[in-house]
Design a protein around this ligand. Structure first.
Ligand SMILES: NC(=O)c1ccc[n+]([C@@H]2O[C@H](COP(=O)([O-])OP(=O)(O)OC[C@H]3O[C@@H](n4cnc5c(N)ncnc54)[C@H](O)[C@@H]3O)[C@@H](O)[C@H]2O)c1
Length: 353
């Protein structure tokens, strides 16, 4: 059987993870083209991986190469345009998180996918971790009882990724849309994907980029802006209420005066609670409190789980597996994020429809 042809749009940092995932499937797919509006990035990426066809805008690439699969790895403000262009050109698309700048763009993308009949998958890589799979299985088994509360934190002390991540016109926002999107999606996934009904949120920009501090950062954009800006929030907190009565509390920062950075999700049910970090059930036996440690591989591994995401994309396109992160979940996430930003701006709780 001939290999599926892949094109990668946006050739910065995360494009390397997509590329590694496709290389791991080299018996089934071939990356035939790449493109970036920054010619240096496109040329460098093509040379690094021996990609034969290089373009400086996605329209030329889509027309000339007609890829079967496209990864959209641009900054956030180009996700909608590039995804719609690829779907209209008849490609299946894996678009990085966040799906878009806002829910209106996300709905435009989903409509383009529905019209084309092609797959639009979201880069919710955390859904592919062992922790996500085990947590979902636990919640579905009923062992946790009625799950009614969850807490999700993704807090960095000094973790502004630089470049476009601080420019609202390119990113759509700060840590909420960049980091919060991962943990809100993951918590909602484990809760059984309930529909959000209302949100209350607050955002702050008190500390800015903190780029005077010299240290190795968690993730750095490879794009250098001519005039760097930081006009996004540095901290966001929110409460999200779902239609099954469950509530999710979220906190996420690029910059915050805390001691240790944390990434944690805690799920609380009527029979037991547990956290992603220790994978221990907190419950009771007889008249005593009991903690039950779950041993085994309960972790999220960035490289391994990126490869799983790409595998799921290719499998889903070939009809060998259901897509784990469909477009409708991206639209729901963007509605939650829009609601939190609106609530932060108005000081009121916002209903989500
Ligand atoms: N899944 C994850 O864990 C994860 C991790 C990091 C980044 N991301 C996401 O990946 C995306 C890219 O982030 P990054 O860190 O690689 O950024 P980056 O700055 O390193 O690279 C982005 C590239 O996109 C290019 N670009 C912008 N508009 C374009 C367009 N219209 N056509 C072609 N190229 C275009 C830029 O020139 C740049 O080279 C973002 O949406 C980000 O949120 C996801």
């Amino acid at each position: 059987m001939s290999k599926l042809k892949v094109g990668i749009i946006g050739n910065g940092g995360i494009a390397n993870s997509h590329m590694r995932g496709y290389l791991a499937l080299s018996d089934r797919v071939e990356v035939v083209a790449c493109c970036d509006i920054n010619p240096e990035k496109a040329d460098e990426f093509a040379a690094k991986y021996g990609i034969k066809n290089v373009y400086y805008n996605c329209y030329d690439m889509l027309k000339a190469q007609k890829p079967d699969l496209v990864s959209v790895c641009t900054w956030n403000s180009a996700h909608c345009e590039c995804t719609v262009a690829a779907l209209e050109a008849g490609c299946n698309v894996l678009c990085e998180k966040p799906m878009a700048m806002n829910a209106a763009e996300a709905e435009t993308m989903k409509a383009a996918a529905d019209k084309s009949g092609k797959l639009l998958m979201l880069g919710f890589v955390r859904r592919h971790g062992n922790d996500a799979k085990k947590a979902l299985a636990l919640a579905e088994s009923g062992e946790l009882g009625d799950v009614y509360f969850a807490k999700a934190s993704y807090l960095r002390r000094c973790g502004f990724p630089g470049g476009w991540f601080g420019d609202k016109s390119l990113s759509g926002g700060g840590p909420l849309i960049d980091l919060g999107v991962h943990i809100i999606d993951l918590a909602r996934y484990v809760l059984g994907r309930p529909q959000p009904v209302s949100v209350y949120g607050a955002t702050f920009n008190k500390l800015g980029a903190r780029d005077n501090i010299v240290l190795e950062r968690a993730w750095q954009s490879q794009s250098k802006l001519v005039k760097p800006v930081f006009n996004v929030e540095d901290l966001a907190v929110a409460l999200i209420r779902f239609d099954n009565g469950a509530v999710l509390s979220v906190e996420t920062s690029f910059i915050l005066n805390l001691k240790e950075p944390t990434t944690e999700i805690e799920i609380f049910g009527s029979k037991a609670g547990f956290s992603f970090n220790d994978f221990e059930l907190h419950t009771e036996r007889g008249n005593e409190l009991a903690d039950v440690k779950l041993y085994g591989e309960n972790n999220f591994d960035f490289d391994r789980d990126f490869n799983r995401e790409i595998l799921n994309f290719v499998d889903a396109v070939e009809g060998k597996a259901p897509c784990i992160a469909p477009a409708e979940d991206g639209v729901t996430l963007m509605k939650i994020l829009d609601g939190i930003y609106e609530s932060a701006a108005t000081g009121r709780s916002v209903e989500i429809r």
